[in-house]
Design a binder for this molecule. Structure first.
Ligand code: TXA
Ligand code: MG
Length: 349
């Protein structure tokens, strides 16, 4: 299949070119598009054959449900059978934005979209290209992240091109995404509500709106013994080809440990990559040392993580060492993704 690649910028949206993308989705095709979190791979959420094509293009297990993206609050009533007050409160506080709610699905939503579940995930993205595309495509776009299953989510169009060229109808290059980690997922079908995937909207921010809630125990566990409730969170995901080890402890000890291990692995013929904060960058010695951003700027760390993991793949790095990050606020989402990428391999000093 020939994949058409078009460039559109969020601050200057060419409606007629986006219309072409909307028409592809209306006809049952696949279009990758930017959102504020990561690039999504979109299809008509109410068309079962179109939803099936997403699984095929990504090589994704079909029990892993998709998120339906909408662009108007009222549209929630078509895809959700019962909209609780909590959903309205959450939407008022965080929509449009990087927050996904799990609610009971309506009959209109095919099981192909929900991976066979009676519940459905809904999000209203704030990215202007995404919002306009959803409208032009008929209002309901099912979209997982636009990566091959198991690879880090795409934060640049070139990541989508690497993974999806030849497999889908169109890729919209909208430049760099702003956040760089997937949306927070909150399950509103249980009491109290439960966070299934941490993200840019933090637990504190959600609790200020809805009161105390629970974090799925598998989210921050240092091991893989707990089974997460969001089906997609159980896969070793977000992972580069090189083996990652996270090292946690006092900064001086972490630097010394990583340098020692890097030298040892290098000696054995491995190509070594290091994920360093800006503060420690000059202290490391390895084949490839990446600056993920300052410890003082967690949003930068979130935005750079997946790009760096993909760069290590391009450089054919075989062993990766990463500093650990603060396990609260946005740091919780960063550590959750990093732990999954590392297959939970963490060294505590
Ligand atoms: O930021 C995002 O959410 C991005 C952009 C493109 O919007 N999308 C995204 O989709 O991350 P995906 O498919 O990569 O991740 C969706 C996650 C999976 O872990 C899936 O299992 C979970 O949401 N999920 C979807 N529907 C669910 C449901 N009904 N119950 C529990 N988990 C669900
Ligand atoms: Mg994904």
């Amino acid at each position: 299949m020939e994949t058409k690649i078009i460039t559109i910028r969020e601050n200057h949206i060419d409606g007629s070119r986006l219309q072409e993308a909307g028409d592809i989705i209306r006809r049952g095709g696949l279009v990758a598009f930017p959102t504020e979190t990561v690039y999504g791979l979109g299809a008509d959420a109410l068309n079962r054959e179109a939803a099936c094509k997403i699984y095929e293009a990504k090589g994704r297990p079909s029990d892993n449900p998709l998120i339906i993206h909408i662009c108007r609050w009222e549209d929630i009533y078509s895809v959700v059978s019962q909209v609780p007050q909590e959903a309205e409160k959450i939407a008022r506080a965080f929509w449009p934005g990087p927050l996904t709610m799990i609610l009971p699905k309506s009959q209109q939503v095919p099981y192909e979209t929900t991976g066979g579940l009676e519940t459905v995930a809904i999000r209203m993205p704030s990215h202007q290209i995404a919002a306009k595309l959803i409208d032009l495509a008929g209002g309901y776009i099912a979209a997982p992240s636009a990566n091959t299953s198991g690879k880090p989510s795409p934060t640049l169009a070139k990541h989508v091109i690497t993974d999806m060229r030849g497999r889908i109808d169109m890729i919209i290059d909208g430049g760099d995404v702003g956040i760089g980690l997937e949306s927070t997922i909150i399950d509103l079908t249980v009491t109290p509500p439960q966070i299934l995937r941490p993200g840019y909207v933090t637990r504190d921010m959600l609790e200020r709106v809805l009161g105390t809630m629970i974090m799925d125990g598998a989210v921050t566990a240092d091991n893989m013994e707990e089974t997460p409730k969001a089906p997609g969170m159980k896969y070793r995901h977000y992972a580069p080809r090189g083996e990652i080890t996270i090292v946690r402890g006092k900064p001086e000890k972490v630097v010394a440990y990583i340098n020692r291990e890097a030298a040892r692995e290098s000696h054995k013929g491995e190509k070594v990559g290091i994920i360093s904060t800006a503060e420690d960058l000059k202290l490391y010695r390895a084949d490839s040392v990446k600056n993920i951003g300052s410890r003082e700027a967690e949003a930068d760390i979130a935005r750079h993580l997946y790009r760096i993991l993909r760069e290590f793949d391009d450089e054919e790095v075989t062993k990766i060492y990463s500093e650990a990050f603060e396990d609260a606020g946005l740091g919780q989402a960063i550590m959750n993704r990093l732990l999954k990428a590392a297959g939970h391999r963490i060294v505590q000093l």
